[in-house]
Every structure is written in C-alpha cells, then in structure tokens.
Design a protein. Structure first.
Length: 206
C-alpha cells in the first residue's frame, strides 16, 4: 500500500509516522512531478488551508489532484484538509478542490476556544464502546451536508459530544472521501488511519 501525503505545510510528518507504523509506504507530495509515481490514497493534513491551497497551485499539483480525487482516489482530509475538500465554505468566498459535498465553517470556535480536546464514538470504529480522542486546533466544523448532490448517501462519522461546544458534525464519509475536523494524527489511536487504509485497499482491488 502506497499513500501520498501532501507535504507542503502542516502536520504531514505525524500522518506519515502512523501510516508507516500501520505498514504503508509513504510518498511526500511537494511538487507536480511527485504525482507521477502512483499511489493508492491521499492524505491532506491539518495546517493552514489558505497557504496549502496557494502552494498546491503554485507547485502545479492542484488540477491533477482534483481530477484524481474526482475519479475516486481515496482521500482523508483532516482540519485544513477538510477545508480543501469542502464544496462550500460558509465564511470564506474561496473554495479549493470542492469534491466533498458539504459546507464547512472555518475557525468555527474562535480564538477563545481555538484548541481543545474531547472524545466521542465514531461510526463504524467504536463498536466495542471505546471512544476516540478528538483533538481540535482552530477547528472547522461541517455546517451543512448536501445529500441531494450525491447518488450515494453521505455518512456522518461523528458529531461533537454533548457539552458547551454544541453537537456540530465533525466527521463525514462520502464514497472514497473522509473529512475530519479534528486531528487523529495527534493521538495514539490509529483507528481513523486504519479505516482509511481499508478504504484504499478496497479501491485498489475493485
């Protein structure tokens, strides 16, 4: 299994560490020629979405990656990666890949609650009742899901647990795309990455 990780900015090394521990090979995407080696899936890491979007275009990766995602390449976007995938941004006129049919609100919790931890059960990953640790850093959330735009339903993987932060949607899956508002790469729980690798494996065998 060979997984590409966008490595122009943000928490890409943390994703690579987990992927390698799970037995995957990693290729870092830093320029357009890095797209030519072939890979089974793509990670879009947390960081600064505006910077990442700008660099994707300047380094000649944006158009080809958008085509690959649209053609079914498995992708997991975390925090900034979710913003890059979102079809719409409620508080920003820009969009990036626009392949995930959701509306996302950037920096949704403001500076005062910019970074915090929580835990919750994630759909399909918590049958044994063990909650997943959620790490949020200047986090977005998913404010709207555009089910009518898809032939296949969008699965809500997680909502913010009850409490002062509301019950906002913070994780979805739509066919071969996973969008997460939190940072699974900053925990020692690898279940989200395992789910992603299973998705990559299933796609490569189809």
């Amino acid at each position: 299994m060979r997984v590409a990780v966008l490595a122009v900015q943000g928490a890409f090394l943390e994703h690579e560490r987990i992927l390698r521990q799970l037995g995957a090979d990693c290729v870092e995407l830093r320029k357009g020629s890095d797209l030519q080696g072939g890979f089974d899936g793509l990670i879009l890491p947390g960081g600064e979405s505006t910077v990442q979007g700008k660099l994707l275009r300047e380094l000649h990766m944006f158009g080809e990656l958008k085509e690959m995602i649209g053609a079914g390449l498995p992708v997991m976007g975390t925090c900034a990666g979710l913003i890059l995938l979102a079809g719409r941004l409620s508080n920003d006129a820009n969009t990036y890949f626009g392949t995930l049919p959701v509306t996302v609100q950037r920096n949704a919790y403001g500076r005062q609650l910019g970074s915090f931890s929580a835990s919750s059960c994630i759909l399909g990953l918590s049958e044994e009742g063990r909650e997943f640790p959620l790490e949020f850093i200047r986090a977005p959330y998913i404010s709207e899901i555009h089910d009518r735009e898809q032939a296949a339903p969008i699965a809500v993987l997680d909502r913010m647990p009850d409490g002062s932060y509301g019950e906002n949607v913070v994780g979805v899956r739509c066919q071969n795309q996973i969008g997460l508002a939190f940072h699974p790469e900053l925990t020692e729980d690898y279940r989200c990455h395992e789910m992603f690798l299973r998705m990559c494996s299933a796609k490569s065998m189809s």
